[in-house]
Design a protein around this ligand. Structure first.
Ligand SMILES: C[S@@+](CC[C@H](N)C(=O)[O-])C[C@H]1O[C@@H](n2cnc3c(N)ncnc32)[C@H](O)[C@@H]1O
Length: 332
């Protein structure tokens, strides 16, 4: 089965690794900065539940990228030749074209011909106002084929609060660098708890949350507190007095980026204090820290990590809510 999925921009290598780890057999057909087409024997509802993918589609037909009307004709031919299980009788559908990241209009005649072809080959009836199945024509600048995909229904996600990481991005960040059932995971700049919440879904031994501003976040942390083997602290990440030296195997964190926080003092000194503290609490061997940080302060954070003897094992440039950021893993 062929699928197409959108994901957070800049993390295609991380998405490919996560798909390979999570799905039985996967082969990649095409990919760009924020989308991937892949074949997998896994069923659509399993693909739709992968937490790091955004919109997922089961691909019903593909055609070489050309003018949208010509693509429409090619897709209609493929639909006529294909065999599809029928959806529930009478179910409504609508067609949209998503080309190079933007929804664009489809010429009325092409739309009508496509609607007819879908109704005949797959079933259902066109319902322009939506509410039923969505068929998307997906074109990407760097992918030579255009896909016609059925959008897979996904579990509803709560909209992230301001400053909170989106659940899809958090799900990727916690997978970068791997995970182990024995991991004692710390987020010392925990905020809303998005990263530990995402990590809780993967095997672990212990989850430790800390944030200097625990009072602000406390009300939102009920689910984390209820996790067996979780610990919630309100300590300074540069000290962490409750944690014994060498007691943590994985740090996964999104510290202040130094843009608004004047109380941090000079960022270079803050970065040094952070990595001194990480150096102390992390186990001396086989431990790692994953950090998501603004592109500019990332230089100082990486410098401070290297100065403490860490090695950068992977690094990705991405956008977080439109802001340039870097995600890196430091290990030892
Ligand atoms: C970028 S936010 C983390 C956002 C979080 N990833 C989320 O999705 O909600 C940084 C957090 O670090 C906390 N913080 C700032 N300085 C700190 C320090 N020295 N020690 C511990 N936490 C600190 C802030 O209160 C804030 O919640």
């Amino acid at each position: 089965l062929l699928y197409f999925a959108f994901h957070s921009a800049g993390l295609s290598d991380a998405v490919a690794a996560a798909l390979q780890a999570d799905l039985g057999l996967v082969s990649f057909v095409a990919a760009d900065d924020s989308g991937v087409a892949f074949e997998s024997a896994d069923l659509a509802d399993r693909i739709a539940r992968l937490p790091y993918l955004r919109n997922c589609f089961e691909v019903l037909a593909r055609a070489p990228r050309r003018d949208l009307d010509q693509v429409g004709s090619d897709l209609i031919q493929r639909l006529r030749a294909g065999r599809f299980p029928s959806p529930r009788p009478g179910s409504g559908f609508r067609i949209m074209a998503h080309i190079d990241g933007t929804l664009i209009g489809i010429a009325p005649q092409t739309r009508q011909r496509l609607e007819k072809a879908i109704a005949l080959s797959i079933g259902g009836r066109a319902e322009p106002r939506g509410g039923g199945t969505e068929y998307w024509i997906i074109g990407r600048r760097d992918i030579p084929d255009v896909f016609l995909g059925r959008r897979l229904p996904r579990p509803a996600q709560a909209k992230p609060a301001p400053g909170q990481l989106a659940a899809e991005l958090a799900a990727l960040v916690v997978r970068v660098g791997g995970c182990d059932a024995d991991d004692v995971v710390l987020d010392p700049f925990g905020g809303s708890g998005a990263l530990l919440r995402a990590r809780a879904a993967l095997p672990h031994r212990r989850l430790i949350y800390s944030d200097l501003d625990l009072k602000v976040h406390s009300a939102a942390l009920g689910d984390l507190r209820r996790q067996p083997d979780s610990l919630v602290l309100g300590e300074d990440a540069t000290a962490l007095p409750s944690l014994e030296s060498g007691s943590v195997t994985r740090i996964i964190t999104d510290p202040p980026w130094g843009e608004f926080e004047s109380e941090l003092g000079p960022y270079e000194e803050f970065a040094e204090a952070v990595w001194k503290s990480f150096d102390r609490v992390l186990r001396p061997d086989n431990s790692r820290a994953t950090m998501l940080i603004g592109r500019r302060p990332s230089k100082l954070m990486i410098h401070a990590a290297l100065a403490r003897g860490f090695v950068i094992t992977s690094s990705y440039d991405l956008l977080v809510n439109g802001h340039p950021a870097t995600l890196f893993v430091a290990g030892r």
